[in-house]
Design a protein around this ligand. Structure first.
Ligand code: HEC
Length: 204
């Protein structure tokens, strides 16, 4: 299975400038080269009707193209994906409040997308998976899905989203429970990265 790191393809930024300032609240952070592009795992033979092959293959293509595994695979956010756990969720989280101003930011761990019934999407209906991808509504949380760029998937065609669902149902179930969400103010027990988003004040 291939994995190559592409600098700057996915703009995640871990804060790293600790050594430059005594005051820096980010002294507990280190810089990583995290952008990872990885193959989606192959469908399990016999897990789908032969006439659905086209849909499953299209789903695999879309999942690879849209980089779902870069967040939903253990280790990928640090540039060292665990290929045995492709798409089975990440025990490295993503902070959704900024560690710059918040010593203990809120953190979400991208969940397991394999068909495992206990820790993955095994008990989700097709419609629930489709809604999570295109509308950003989770099955458990009842709130809008954070961090995942579902707005970019909203205009996906019915066929494409059905292809993704067929594909996710066809891969090997992997038991892997990701850590629970950490609310801002609580201390995360598992590592996390932060996506930096800045806007300059120039020109106002
Ligand atoms: C930038 C990282 C990122 C990318 C890229 C991403 N996701 Fe997610 N996804 C997440 C996070 C984080 C959550 C949990 C969000 C929450 O609970 O608020 C999530 C939640 C989900 C859920 C709901 C699962 C559950 O157990 O709640 C599904 C389904 C899902 N993603 C599928 C996909 C698919 C399919 C793709 C590719 C088309 C994708 N994701 C791309 C980060 C990402």
């Amino acid at each position: 299975m291939r994995s190559y790191r592409l600098l700057q393809i996915i703009p995640f930024m871990l804060f790293a400038c600790a050594s430059e300032s005594q005051q820096n609240s980010l002294q507990d952070y280190e810089e990583i080269d995290a952008a990872t592009v990885l193959d989606a795992p192959k469908a399990t033979p016999g897990s789908f009707a032969p006439e659905r092959l086209y849909l499953v293959e299209r789903g695999e293509y879309l999942v690879e193209l849209l980089g779902c595994g870069a967040c939903h695979t253990n280790g990928a956010l640090e540039g060292v994906p665990d290929f045995d756990k492709s798409l089975a969720g990440s025990s490295i989280g993503i902070a959704y409040t900024t560690p710059l101003g918040d010593e203990t930011p809120g953190v979400i761990y991208p969940p397991n997308l394999t068909p495992d019934e206990e820790t993955g999407l095994g008990l989700w209906s097709d419609q629930q998976i489709e809604r999570a991808i295109r509308v950003g509504v989770g099955r458990h949380s009842g709130r809008k899905i954070a961090i995942m760029p579902w707005q970019g998937y909203t205009k996906m065609t019915e066929e494409d989203v059905a292809a993704i669902v067929s594909y996710l149902r066809s891969i090997k179930p992997v038991r892997h429970k990701v850590p629970d969400e950490v609310k801002p103010g609580q201390k995360a027990k598992h590592p996390f990265v932060y996506f930096g988003v800045y806007r300059s004040r120039d020109g106002r």
